[in-house]
Structures are given as C-alpha cells and as structure tokens.
Design a protein around this ligand. Structure first.
Ligand code: F0G
Length: 746
C-alpha cells in the first residue's frame, strides 16, 4: 500500500550534436518540462488507471495537444516500467505535466519524459542520487526510450555539456560533464512544425568516407577544447558538421540562410539542434541581436516559429519529494561520497555516526570529496549571483545559497529562517559617510569593512552553523538536541530546534550568560540547566550527557555546524565581487568560527572562486587567551586556563576547535592577538555610537585591528574586514559600561 505523496521532477530541454558531435554531445538548456506526481491510494494491480493532465507552458501547439493522456504517455511508461524493474508495485497516480519543451523540435522532449519518469519512480522508491551517481542511471534511461537518444538523456540527467559514448563491445555507456563558459547563451529558433526524428534518421547515409569521419572527429575535439578554455571565437569553425546537417537540410531548405543570419548577427556558431528543425545559435553578449536576426530572416523566408534565448542549465533534472516518505528509505550511512573524517588518524566514518570525536579524541570533520569540482568557478559564481535574485528562502539564505558546496544531500529539508545575508558596512577613513568613518579613524584604517553577523535571525553568527546542524539532526531522525553555551549558541539552537519541533536542552555557566541571550533561550522553550562552574565545565558535561543519552550534540564540536559557518567566507567573498581583502579579523573563543572561516576560504581557493587567500587574525580577550599563548610558542604548547573576561561570549579557557583553528592560522599565514577588557569596551563604545552597535566580544575584533595598526602589523592602506559576531541587544548591561569607559569615568 502506498501513502499519498508528492514528487515533482523538472527536466531541462537539451540540444544534441552541437554540429559535429553527432550522437555524442548534449547540452542542457534552461527551458523546462515539469512533472508533478501525486500518489493516490491503491495500485494499478487493483485496476486503478493513471490520471494524466497535460498543460502547455509553451503556448498553443498541436504537438502538445496530441500527447497521450493515458498509460501510453511516455512519462508514465518510463515511470511504471522503472518501478516494475525495481520490483515495486505501480501505484495509482495523478500526473500534472507542464510542457515547456515542445515535442518533435529536436529539443529532447522524449528525454524529458523518460528522465522525468525514471527519476520520479526512483523518488517514490526512496532512491535519491547525487549528480555523480546519476551517471549510473544512463543505461536504464536509454533502454526506456525507443529513440535511444543517449546524448539528450545524459544532458537532461546531468546538466551542462555532456559527452556521451558507448563501448560497443560490452554496451556500457560513458558520460562526462565538461565545461561551458558561464556567459554562453543558446539562442533558439523553434519552427512551428515538428520534424519526425525517425524520418530525420532515414535521410542519413549508411556509411561515411574516412575524410568525413576524420573531419567530424577533429571538429568535436576542437569544439570541446574551445569551450573548455573559454575561446568563444574558436567555437564557430568547430561547429561544422558533415554527418547529418547537410543531409537534413534537404527537408529544411531555409536552414542555410537562417544559420548564416545568426552568425552574421554575432553568434559564435550555429547548427541544427538534434535532428531539427530547431536552430541553435551560441552567443554571449550579442544574444539579443542574434535573436532578432533569426526572427527577421524566418519572417522573410516565411518560416513560422518562435525565438527564445535560453541560458545553459548546469544542474540537470531536479527532484523534489515529500521529505517524510523519501528520507525514511534513504540509507543515511551512504551519501554522495560525503563522509566524516579524522585528520589526525586519516580514518573515515559514515554520516550516521553522531559521536563527533574520533577514538583518538580529535573532533571529526565533514570530508566533501570532489564536491564543488563538477562546475568551473565562473559557473559557480554565476549560479550564486543568480540565486540572489530569487525569492525562495533557500536561495536567499546566506548559507543554503551555497548548498551545492556545503551540503549537497539531495533529500535534506533545510530548517531555515533564512539566515546570513548580513550587511557589510563601509567604515574606513576614506569613506565619505559621516558617522561611520569614525570607526576607521579609531582603527587607523582607510579601508575597513564591518561584516555584521549580529544581524542574523537570532542576533549572532551562530545561526549559520545552526541551520545546517538542526537540519542534519532532523535528517538523522533525532528528537532532542543539546549544547553548552556562553549564550549565543543556546539562543540559536533553541530557536531552530523550536522551528523543527525538536526538544532543546542547554547547559549554561551559572551567572555568566548575558541577559539578552538567556531570555532568548527561555523564550524559545529550551530546557535550561545552569551549571555551577564555567563554560568549559558545561561543555564537558553536555558532551557526556549526549553520549550517554543519545541526544544530538550541537556545539561547534559538531562538524555540520562548522560546515554551515563556512558560508560566512562564501557570502563575504560574494559581497566583495569575488575579490579578496588583505585581512579578515574576528573574535575567538571556542575557535569554531576561526576554523570555519578559514576552511571556507581554503575551499574557495581550491575551487578557483578566489586566487589568493586573505590572512586571518583571531583576537582573544587577554583574560581568556589560551590560543594566543599557544600562538606565542609557535603552537608548540597548549595549556587550558581559567578564563575571566567581561566579554562573556568568549570567556572560554579550553577551546574545543583548537587544532582546526591552529591549522587555519598556519594555512592563511594568519596571526593571533589579545586585547584587554578596556580596549574591548572602548571599541564597543565607538561601534555603538555610530549607530551600528554590537556586543562586547564582537568589539574585540575592532579593538584588535586598532592595536595591530598601531604596532605596524596591519598597514593603514590595507583592506581589512572585521567580523562583528553578536548584536548589541544581547548584552544590554555592557552598554553603559562601555560608554563610561569611553568617557574616562571607569
Ligand atoms: N563572538 C560571539 C558573540 C560569540 O557568541 C562567540 C562564541 C564568539 C565570538 C567566539 O566564537 O567560539 O567560534 O571562537 N560563543 C559561543 C556560545 C561559545 O556558546 O555562544 P568561537
């Protein structure tokens, strides 16, 4: 018996061949057909017939009207056959197909139906795939489509430009997604008349001369090389074909004139899409002119049709399944090659391990394998910039916007507010912005930015890690979460746990948590355990309780929180137009944020999103300076201390992420400094006065900048970003104190 369930699959149009790549190149385009499937009670075995509603997102089109709306429908055929081959009964369904890829035009409409049916069936069966694993579906998908268009199918499955070929000896398919310059666009002229693919094939000769074969092989290689290095001008000559276009031109006599018109208007190259009749022209900045030229020429030649400009789809078909049903069948231990790893012992653990310390005592990290290498840096930047324009919460979130690099689990349901998207204030001396430049004058810097993480939903940077940590807790099926905290982590965890419907338990050092933070944890319904001792004691207690009682630990020992906090690096770089400041300075306590920022920057560099690393500076309070002391010994020694500072957020003497943060300071050629409580309060008073405001720990970063400029370590002309980690309202008692220190009364 099946439960009611919705699955939505959206599949891109695809263009095969690209000229010479006959039967071996496919390009996915941002023009989609969507299939929404609702599972009804009962099954086909019990006599239920499918309900299929077909809508056109393409406009009036007889070919869409002619699509069968019963069991003969290609989508439904693929869906039901796939379920049968998986040994599953075929459920009764209602299908709503919204056709944006018109049939019979050489845009891979059959591939949309087959790939859609296959992925929908697999989602119903609880099978969810990463992009890499989708390659393994190619055989099954090609088998389901009578036309056997592996080129269209592979591009629809994987997205981007795909090279696909078959080993004729054993029948195995190979498909590799390769690079396309991010600014490339496809201008399509789609004639109103369909062309029968089978007829298109019968026009082709049964054999080719060696000269023609060598010509096409050379041109495919040339085309791929030109696209890979971004030599757009090289594309034109490379798109010449001798295998199909000359023969198919016989039934489309206006083809040569239309191709010429596109090229003359600035297209880099133009060809017949698949077996036609659509014409595909590749262009970048002249896309509009090419579109116009195709329209005018078609009109002059009396060919009715429509011109569209499509961007390249880099992701392939997307699947959204009802989370409760789909996740219940997923094996949490095996996910897209993502594992937990201990950098010390080089041991890997599967994702279902929730004890986040290795047996050697070292905190575990999430190892993402090759994730992020499936697209080039230009395409990533373009994707992230595009998402800024979206209204969807997951795209607007300054964490989930980068989900493909952070946590590409296809079946996760983000618990998001959305967080991130915090302001970057220009406060340097060179700024002509009245009050704000007072901070630059205080710090002694011409170019200074404040990245205000206190503008997150619960008022601190912790929300970046917490959205990921709580989403994972839910994904793993946990029912209770816990943390020890100097205040902000508990406020954040309480809020996200409440949103997710999870029980929240917080361990707080008694009397050492600022009023704003404590109020939040109480208000959001967390169970509060006041620990008679300091944060380090609370940390040890909560770790023990979580292990003993199977409760999910959400301190920064949790590697998914560190992963989420890496988004600070990506968002900052995006706000910088993917340029790099010279220094990034942040307050440091338990060292989770230092670790995460550094790991994010290192990944950005590995993926080519940036070409050099900024230097990271961790600022500690002099009364809680374990990391600073260790840095002074060249990180050869590490001694936990009893911490005491007015900046309660960083009142920590035994930081959990010490080894991660040490690696980050070393890798970024960074440094660690300390500031006194008085320096912190003076910096806070200025930040508050100009109308920005922050809590004391945050002000440590600006206090540290001022000190390092005075010492000549930071140059006054350097470009510096200082991270403010918490909101002013978190610690209202510190406000008057800071003002009095600034006025010299204390
Ligand atoms: N700034 C604020 C406002 C914080 O709340 C914290 C940490 C830090 C800086 C230091 O960041 O620990 O990653 O080095 N607060 C934790 C908490 C410990 O429990 O809220 P870190």
């Amino acid at each position: 018996m099946f439960l009611p369930l919705h699955v939505t699959v959206r599949v891109p149009a695809t263009s095969a061949n690209l000229g010479p790549g006959f039967d071996c190149l496919g390009l996915a385009l941002k023009q989609y057909t969507t299939f929404e499937i609702e599972l009804l009670w009962g099954s086909v075995e019990q006599g239920h017939k499918p309900f299929i509603d077909i809508f056109s997102a393409w406009g009036d089109d007889p070919a869409i009207d002619a699509l069968p709306a019963d069991y003969r429908n290609l989508f439904y055929q693929a869906f039901s056959q796939r379920l049968i081959s998986l040994g599953m009964p075929v459920p009764a369904v209602r299908v709503r197909a919204t056709i944006g890829v018109p049939p019979g035009r050489g845009l891979g409409s059959s591939a949309t139906a087959v790939v859609g049916g296959l992925l929908a069936a697999d989602a119903v069966a609880g099978r969810v795939y990463s992009t890499e694993q989708r390659v393994d579906l190619l055989d099954a998908a090609v088998e389901l489509e009578h036309g056997k268009h592996a080129d269209n199918i592979a591009a629809a499955l994987l997205g981007g430009l795909v090279v696909v070929t078959r080993d004729e000896r054993n029948g195995a398919w190979y498909a590799i997604r390769t690079f396309v310059p991010a600014n490339l666009r496809a201008v399509l002229f789609v004639p109103n008349f369909p062309m029968d693919t089978i007829l298109g094939r019968t026009l082709l000769p049964t054999g080719y001369t060696k000269v023609d074969a060598v010509h096409n092989i050379g041109h495919v290689a040339l085309l791929l090389a030109a696209l890979a290095i971004g030599d757009l001008k090289g594309i034109g000559a490379a798109m010449d074909d001798r295998f199909h276009e000359p023969y198919r031109a016989h039934i489309f006599p206006q083809l040569p004139d239309l191709l010429c018109a596109a090229r003359a208007a600035g297209a880099y190259g133009a060809c017949l899409s698949g077996s036609g009749p659509t014409i595909l022209a590749l262009a970048a900045e002249h896309a509009e002119e090419v579109a116009m030229a195709l329209e005018e020429t078609a009109h002059a030649l009396n060919v009715d049709g429509r011109v569209i400009i499509a961007e390249i789809d880099h992701c392939g078909a997307s699947v959204e399944a009802d989370p409760y049903r789909a996740t219940s069948k997923v094996d949490k231990s095996q996910h897209g090659g993502i594992v937990l790893s201990c950098t010390n012992c080089e041991i890997h653990f599967t994702l279902d391990r929730t004890d986040y310390r290795c047996d050697c005592g070292q905190p575990l990290d999430v190892a993402l394998g090759n994730i992020g290498t499936e697209m080039n840096s230009i395409a990533w930047r373009q994707l992230f910039d595009e998402r800024l324009r979206s209204l969807k919460a997951v795209d607007r979130s300054g964490v989930w916007r980068f989900r493909d690099l952070l946590l590409p689990l296809p079946d996760i349901t983000p618990i998001t507010r959305p967080e991130g998207q915090t302001n970057l204030y220009l406060v340097g001396r060179s700024q002509d912005n009245g009050g704000y430049r007072r901070i630059g004058e205080f710090a002694g810097l011409d170019q200074l930015w404040l990245k205000h993480e206190g503008e997150n939903p619960t008022g601190s940077f912790k929300d970046r890690g917490m959205t990921v940590g709580v989403s994972i807790a839910k994904w793993l099926g946990m029912t209770a979460v816990a943390c020890a905290s100097t205040g902000n982590t508990s406020a954040s965890m309480a809020a996200y746990a409440a949103q997710a419907g999870l029980r929240a338990i917080v361990f707080l050092p008694e009397g050492k948590v600022a009023a704003g933070k404590l109020s939040q944890a109480i208000a959001y319904g967390a169970e509060i355990r006041q620990i008679p001792g300091d944060f380090d004691r609370a940390m040890a207690d909560v770790e023990r309780m979580c292990l003993d009682d199977g409760i999910y630990l959400l301190n920064s020992l949790n590697p998914f929180r560190i992963l989420g906090q890496q988004s600070l690096a990506f968002e900052l770089l995006q706000q910088f137009g993917w340029d790099v400041p010279d220094w990034i300075v942040l307050p440091a306590g338990n060292l989770g944020n230092t670790s995460a920022l550094g790991m994010g920057l290192l990944r950005a560099c590995q993926l080519g999103l940036i070409t050099r690393l900024p230097r990271i500076i961790s600022i500690q309070a002099a009364g809680a300076n374990t990391f600073y002391q260790s840095y002074q010994t060249g990180f050869t020694e590490f001694h936990p201390i009893k911490a005491k500072t007015i900046a309660t957020a960083i009142n920590i003497g035994n930081p959990v992420s010490y080894s991660r943060a040490k690696a980050v300071i070393q890798a970024t050629n960074g440094l660690v400094a300390q500031v006194t409580d008085e320096e912190i309060l003076r910096a806070k008073a200025i930040i508050d006065r100009v109308g920005i405001g922050c809590e004391p720990a945050s002000a440590a970063s600006v206090a540290g900048v001022r000190q390092l400029v005075t010492k000549g370590i930071i140059h006054p002309a350097d470009r510096v970003v200082s991270v403010l980690t918490g909101n002013l309202l978190k610690d209202p008692d510190a406000v008057l104190l800071a003002q009095r220190v600034a006025l010299g009364e204390v």
